[in-house]
Design a protein around this ligand. Structure first.
Ligand SMILES: Cc1ncc(COP(=O)(O)O)c(C=O)c1O
Length: 302
């Protein structure tokens, strides 16, 4: 027997599990038809950015109201500040032991959404009512009280819950979202991926230039060289395994690890391993770190 964590996510067994889970959840919470149920990765913290990225642009003022009642709503508010204006609904609390009375809240009618953490896990502060936010949609983090009691889903625009507390494996997050709220993702989201693309280009170009200068052997044709993975050999065409071992030992002393290539068989059953470099995270830091290491590395293998 295998567990769900070990199954192929494309298998029909897994499809059945996910479809049944959605049906059960819809029954348990009486989820209206016009709500989508999503099973996502990234945990609850992933939603701290996914929520503003997808909802703060709903109205032109690009602002959101946050009720900060503990560390998790505080973190969510801090994250949202990256994408728009965040209004704190009540004055900062010196201790997270209560929820200020609704009459003291200053809700902004032109906010795109109002955010609450339905149960602040670390502080044990739980909303025992669903705030009336008039025409502004309500977003609820239910990570630590999801499925612990019936809720009226229709009072929320979006509910999310990291699964690890009450319902499943760490890393999985359930999102229940009203359909008409989808499709408002900030354009900045695509420019983030542009900058990732730009940095991957830069990093791999730099790495290729080092390899060409050193006449190491890149295995791929110039026209189809990946910006993500560079397989290469050193010493001679087809590689010199003794030199490559020396190279791997030396590189690991410089903090360059995971350079051993994937083992595979050629058509003629010869086992090839060789070396490779991967660049998955296109941050500026990655680029500068790689550049610095390649400079030292350049001196090392000359
Ligand atoms: C209420 C609440 N929100 C968000 C999170 C963050 O979830 P994750 O650890 O899955 O990122 C937690 C984690 O304990 C939580 O209790």
């Amino acid at each position: 027997q295998i567990s769900v964590l070990e199954m192929s996510h494309r298998s029909s067994d897994f499809r059945n599990i996910i479809n049944n889970t959605e049906c059960l959840l819809r029954q348990l919470l009486n989820i209206p038809e016009n709500y989508k149920v999503l099973f996502l990765q990234g945990g609850g913290s992933g939603q701290f950015s996914a929520v503003p990225l997808n909802l703060i642009g709903l109205k032109k003022d690009m602002c959101a109201d946050y009720l900060v009642t503990g560390i998790f709503s505080a973190r969510a508010a801090k994250e949202a500040e990256k994408y728009g204006k965040v209004n704190m609904v009540h004055t900062e609390l010196d201790r997270f032991t209560s929820i200020p009375g609704t009459s003291s809240w200053s809700l902004n009618p032109s906010a795109s959404y109002v955010y609450i953490c339905c149960n602040e896990t670390a502080h044990g502060v739980e909303f025992n009512f669903i705030p009336d936010t008039k025409d502004v949609i309500l977003v609820g983090d239910m990570t630590s009280n999801f499925l612990s009691r019936p809720i009226d889903v229709s009072k929320f625009g979006l509910i999310f819950a990291a699964a690890q507390k009450n319902i499943g494996c760490a890393g999985v997050t359930v999102v229940i979202v009203r359909e008409d709220l989808l499709g408002n993702t900030l354009k900045e989201f695509s420019s983030t991926s542009n900058s990732v693309a730009f940095l991957s280009n830069l990093t791999s170009k730099y790495a290729y230039s080092v390899f060409c200068n050193l006449s190491q052997i890149c295995l791929t044709d110039v026209e189809c060289r990946s910006r993500m993975n560079i397989p290469f050999r050193i010493g001679k065409k087809g590689g010199d395994e003794t030199l490559e071992k020396l190279f791997l030992d030396g590189a690991s002393k410089l903090g360059m690890i995971s350079l051993k290539g994937h083992r595979y068989r050629t058509l003629y059953k010869k086992i090839i391993c060789g070396l490779h470099i991967t660049f998955y995270t296109g941050s500026k830091e990655t680029f500068h770190r790689c550049k610095a290491r390649f400079c030292i590395f350049h001196i090392f293998i000359r």
